[in-house]
Write a protein that binds this ligand. Sequence first.
Ligand code: AP5
Length: 214
Amino acid sequence: MRLVLLGAPGAGKGTLAKQLSTALGVVHISTGDIFREEVAAGSELGRKAKAYMDRGELVPDEVVIGMVKQRLARPDCKPGFILDGFPRTVPQAEALDAFLQAQQMPLDAVLDIEVPEEVVVRRLSGRRVCRTCGAIYHVDNKPPKQEGICDLDQGELYQREDDQPEAIRRRLRVYAEATAPLADYYRQQGLLRPVDGTGSPEEVLALALRLLKG
Ligand code: AP5
């Protein structure tokens, strides 16, 4: 199964993608996670991306597109993949279409996770992430057993730089301007499946699986 997850920052793309990856047995590719790993490793790509990310702006298309094509060419993507955070602009979507067409690997569906803005802001403000395994928590909705420590590998939980109020506001603006138009782009292709993202993570997963089977 080849899927794209759309949705505002904090809509729950990463949370749903991790669950779907386990349920469907396909790899989860998050461009945000790849950039954060590159930043942590201090690579050239990481240095380029960091300034944009911290401000809540998009990394330039040419940088992201090349990186995603390389990732999709790896053998673990043959059985399928879940793209989380890509595409985010119409040029990225067009580049993805051209690449997948050349590989004869068309998308099966695009899940658009719909959550009102006030919920998204609450989710982002309370999010904590494991520095080692990337597991996602929330101080109220999904607290770890021990404060500040990951349940899975005891890694340190941290708050992302771009989860500060000013960066959240900018990310939401950038989403409305650059990414929201992708819903129309994929609706025209008959691929768009809106998902109500306001329920619990388990409810959202069940909805998504039902849509993918239907
Ligand atoms: P990225 O990491 O992709 O950030 P994002 O799109 O802003 O999305 P988030 O990771 O913030 O949210 P999410 O929807 O995954 O929500 P999550 O599941 O964590 O990108 C970061 C930056 O990298 C960008 O700003 C940009 O600079 C750059 N970048 C990345 N891709 C790019 C691209 N293609 N082009 C250009 N630049 C790019 O959930 C959020 C919180 O809510 C968590 O605490 C979670 O526990 C909680 N939660 C989730 N689901 C539920 C639920 N159902 N009920 C209750 N709580 C929930």
